[in-house]
Design a protein around this ligand. Structure first.
Ligand SMILES: [Mg+2]
Length: 375
């Protein structure tokens, strides 16, 4: 069977970026050993290191100063069971325009044969040239960068890039197709005489998506949920706003809760509990959540205003109650007195961050966080 190749960059991915010409400069990136040893031991990938090492062999980077630290890196990785099947190191300088220099594929001709499955191979790299390398190879890329940077990619590179993450555990869970590491997504559609809602959720996203409920303040709050939970969330909701906001807000809360319940599946490996205390100017918001399978809302908040914009403050409690029902989650919210907009925003942000902790999945665990054996 044709082998799938993982083309892995060295600097900025395995070790910190920089001209590594002394042993002191070798600094490993967090989580790289655990993740790469799991990937290596899976046997699912042919491991190829592809690295540009500018000007090795010139006076500014003598070959022996490259080789000592480089061999030490390979030795250390080998000690953790991480053995590269192939090494492709280019020593040229950018101005040499060497065809072997990334994103060029001059060193990688051997992979264009029946022995390799390039279409299902991947590049992992921290630079845009690594993504371009993937494009030139006809494979896909994982951009080793903070997840929020996904939006910096233009359309062409975004189509090549299937994951943006600088979290090695996340990358390992993405690559290793374990059952408990299946994608955690949900799409919920709900249509009644009062509202029509389509919602998609990806618990392991990067805070992306669009929110459109027709209620600007509600959109603003749901944007906080998306951004601060780290989940991808897209909501398109229309409703009988000519009657009032009640049905729409309630139904979005229910559907969002249901989407979390669906995406969490059997809940193996998750933290289950999440909490956050968050300050916003004069206001202190506190939220705790338990995706334990039972709905309950504790609400300790009082607003001095009846409306924020055209959004009735009484619907904030009702939204969270509806979410708790839909998600079958215990949800406790508390906020101090203050400006109503700050109160609301503090609650939604804390809610999002509590969710982020609660849905966090340990990629190496299949434990159910309950002594009952079911959640
Ligand atoms: Mg790099």
């Amino acid at each position: 069977m044709a082998e799938r190749v993982l083309f892995i960059d060295r600097d900025g991915v395995i070790v910190e970026e920089g001209q590594i010409d002394t042993f002191e400069k070798i600094k490993y990136l967090s989580g790289v050993f655990g993740a790469l040893s799991k990937i290596a031991s899976s046997g699912l990938w042919y491991l190829a290191m592809v690295s540009n090492q500018d000007g090795v062999g010139t006076p500014s980077f003598p070959k022996e100063e490259f080789e000592g630290p480089h061999n030490r890196i390979l030795d250390t990785l080998r000690g953790e069971g991480i053995v590269f099947d192939a090494l492709h190191i280019d020593y040229s300088l950018p101005q040499d325009h060497c065809p072997g220099r990334k994103p060029g594929i001059g060193m990688l001709g051997q992979y264009f044969t029946q022995a390799y499955d390039l279409a299902n191979s991947l590049v992992i790299g921290d630079r845009l040239t690594d993504i371009e390398l993937a494009e030139n190879l006809g494979c896909k890329a994982i951009w080793y960068a903070p997840e929020g940077r996904k939006e910096e990619l233009d359309e062409r590179l975004a189509s090549v890039c299937i994951l943006v993450s600088d979290n090695w555990a996340r990358i390992a869970s993405f690559l290793l197709d374990d059952e408990h590491l299946a994608p955690r997504t949900a799409t919920v559609e709900r249509k009644t005489k009062e509202t029509a809602i389509t919602l998609t959720l990806n618990l392991d996203g990067g805070g992306l998506g669009t929110i459109d409920t027709g209620l600007p303040f509600f959109d603003h709050m749901l944007e906080q949920v998306k951004r601060h939970s780290g989940c991808d969330l897209t909501i398109k909701a229309t409703g009988d706003l000519v009657v009032d906001e009640h049905h729409l807000v309630e139904d979005v809360g229910i559907v969002l809760g249901q989407a979390f319940a669906t995406a969490l599946g059997d809940k193996r490996g998750i933290s289950r509990y999440g909490f956050e205390v968050l300050t916003m100017d004069e206001v202190l918001g506190e939220v705790a959540i338990d995706f334990g399978g039972r709905p309950y809302l504790q609400w300790r908040a009082a607003f001095k205003r009846e409306y924020i914009g055209n959004f009735p403050t009484e619907m904030i409690e009702h939204f969270f109650k509806s979410f708790s029902d839909g998600a079958e989650a215990n949800l406790a919210l508390k906020v101090s007195e203050g400006n109503a907009h700050h109160q609301s925003e503090a609650l939604f942000k804390a809610f999002a961050r509590a969710i982020k902790r609660a849905v966090h999945r340990n990629p190496y665990s299949t434990d159910l966080p309950s002594t009952k054996g079911v959640l």
